[in-house]
Design a protein around this ligand. Structure first.
Ligand code: FES
Length: 163
């Protein structure tokens, strides 16, 4: 038998919070709540499993394909279970000019994971501009932002603080 998507407590939270989210949208436009609904799913599961997207689709009255389309468009939604830490390294122009490729290569060696891949501990990704071009190069670890990573010592100091 398949494992349930949510624990009973998670199911209660999902139902309660989705109901609250839906109060912000017209009853005949529930599909407009797709982004916060997918965000809610990810906050409870840590990622967006297919059965979770199917549930979101059912609750919003759209097809599961529509939920997948939306979730797959945004990099902040994880369609595969990520590592404990998601490390996003900006490789856009300003960061690239300030050594982003070297930073990414260093992290691949340091973390033992290739860009675009995950281990239980790490997900390492190249990402688009993180809106910190003036303090490039930069990266984000989960929801924390780090900039001016112009030396390996600075990078090491950031990672040394992770628990
Ligand atoms: S180019 Fe890297 S933050 Fe903008």
């Amino acid at each position: 038998m398949a494992e349930p998507l949510f624990t009973p407590e998670q199911q209660k939270t999902f139902d309660t919070e989705l109901a609250e989210i839906l109060t912000h949208y017209p009853p005949d436009r529930k599909s407009a709540a797709m982004l916060p609904a997918v965000r809610l799913l990810q906050s409870l599961k840590g990622w967006c499993p297919p059965e979770g997207l199917t549930l979101v689709a059912e609750r919003l009255g759209v097809t599961k394909e529509r939920a997948y389309e939306v979730a797959s468009f945004y990099v902040m939604y994880h369609l595969k279970k990520p590592g404990k830490y998601v490390v996003d390294v900006c490789t856009n122009l300003s960061c690239s000019l300030r050594g982003a490729e070297s930073l990414l290569g260093y992290l691949e060696d340091k973390l033992g994971v290739h860009a675009g891949e995950s281990t239980e501990q790490w997900t390492l990704r190249e990402t688009e501009c993180l809106a910190s071009c003036g303090t490039a190069p930069c990266l984000q670890i989960n929801e924390d932002h780090f900039e001016n990573l112009t030396s390996r010592e600075k990078v090491d100091a950031v990672f040394a603080k992770l628990k």
